[in-house]
Design a protein around this ligand. Structure first.
Ligand code: NDP
Ligand code: PYC
Length: 337
């Protein structure tokens, strides 16, 4: 397959045009384009350019409002709520960010709860920037019914990712971000497209039999939580914390059947942030460094977050794309699709 490259900046501009051509406001298009281009440049392929077809078909189906203006609600000293108004989650987070950080710094801790939002991206970008500012952040999102909890026979839960970020003195922040299923739904789709087999037990087929066949998982089957009953419990916590606190949908509660082509889950998100300078006397980031250094001595050379940050990514970073994908993006941007 012919390969070409665009700089991250050029890819962002192209994606912005794709989002605008498909009904997003300039503000929303700018935020989503940067999110997708950064994910692609960072090799988070399950939520990079691969997702553009899903964004476009969802926008065209009328399921999500690409022009939504989020409403930030100041509900309690430690609590900001955002009604995303059936729009994307990242612009809703951006709308509340400044007030939220001010609150975290003033009080030491605050919670941000988004409802009626669509999250179709990687979660690490939502938390990493907090750690770069010296804060600790923890975020959770529920998604769409595609995971069978341990002990159940039918899917109920979403892939429900959790992301955590914390500053480490003199080093990249510790950032982890993963689905609470054996893998992200996006990665199963990519494996199916590439004709790859997944580890046995990644999911179940339509008869509930454990399988590593991505097509069987996608066509009538489902994923399973990682770690059996342990991952199931964590995924349940994500459902309850996100939908329960934000007032958004559980993964099984929304009905997109009237919008063929819709792929973005209409749920919610929570983000808890802590300013560790209000905590124990010793600087948090220094304590983190002690831990990371000890782990390195034990052979744990690359902690989550450091692996990605080992490669510096800037506006001029070259992002490889297939010629076919680039042509498709250009067609989307020009309204030829
Ligand atoms: P992975 O299983 O690929 O795990 C990724 C995480 O594990 C990263 O934090 C990564 O760190 C770390 N990691 C991976 N390998 C190693 C290793 N060998 N040593 C140390 N750390 C390692 O993630 P998933 O497939 O579960 O999820 C992929 C993406 O899908 C996530 O970004 C997630 O947010 C997204 N997603 C989004 C959903 C949504 O509703 N919006 C739903 C489900 C998933 P590093 O970054 O440094 O590589
Ligand atoms: O990859 O599981 C996933 C996912 C769900 C919603 C967005 N991404």
């Amino acid at each position: 397959m012919d390969k070409t490259t665009l700089t991250r900046e050029a890819l962002t501009r192209l994606l912005e045009r794709v989002f605008i051509a498909n009904g997003c406001s300039e503000t929303v298009a700018g935020i989503l384009a940067a999110n997708v281009a950064n994910a692609e440049a960072a090799k988070s392929y399950s939520h990079g350019v691969f997702r553009i077809e899903g964004f476009v078909s969802t926008l065209r189906s009328g399921w999500v409002d690409g022009t939504a203006v989020p409403v930030v609600e100041d509900v309690a000293p430690g609590f900001l709520r955002v009604d995303a108004r059936n729009g994307f989650a990242q612009p809703a987070l951006a709308a509340a960010r400044q007030a939220f950080v001010a609150r975290v710094r003033r009080q030491g801790v605050a919670l941000l709860a988004l409802r009626d939002s669509h999250h179709f991206g990687a979660l690490w970008p939502d938390v990493e920037a907090f750690a770069d500012e010296g804060l600790i952040a923890l975020s959770m999102v529920n998604s769409m019914t595609c995971s069978v909890p341990a002990g159940a026979v039918k899917p109920v839960l979403g892939t429900n990712p959790i992301a955590f970020a914390a500053p480490i003195a003199g080093k990249a922040p510790l950032v982890f971000d993963f689905a609470t299923t054996t893998m992200a739904h996006g990665d199963v789709q990519i494996a199916a497209r590439e004709g790859r087999t997944l580890p046995e037990g990644t999911g179940v087929d339509r008869d509930g039999v454990l399988t590593g066949d991505p097509k069987a998982i996608l066509e009538g089957g489902a994923l399973v939580p990682f770690g059996g009953h342990k991952g199931s419990a964590i995924s349940l916590m994500v459902e309850l914390m996100v939908a329960g606190i934000s007032g958004g949908n559980f993964s099984f509660e929304f009905d997109w059947s009237g919008h063929p082509g819709a792929q973005t889950p209409r749920t919610g998100q929570i983000l808890l942030a802590i300013d560790p300078s209000h905590g124990a006397g010793t600087a948090f980031a220094d304590r983190g460094r002690v831990l990371i250094d000890r782990l390195a001595e034990a052979g744990f050379a690359s902690y989550p977050g450091a692996r990605r940050r080992a490669v510096e990514i800037g506006p001029d970073t070259e992002v490889p794309l297939s010629a076919e994908v680039l042509a498709r993006l250009q067609d989307h941007a020009e309204g030829r699709t």
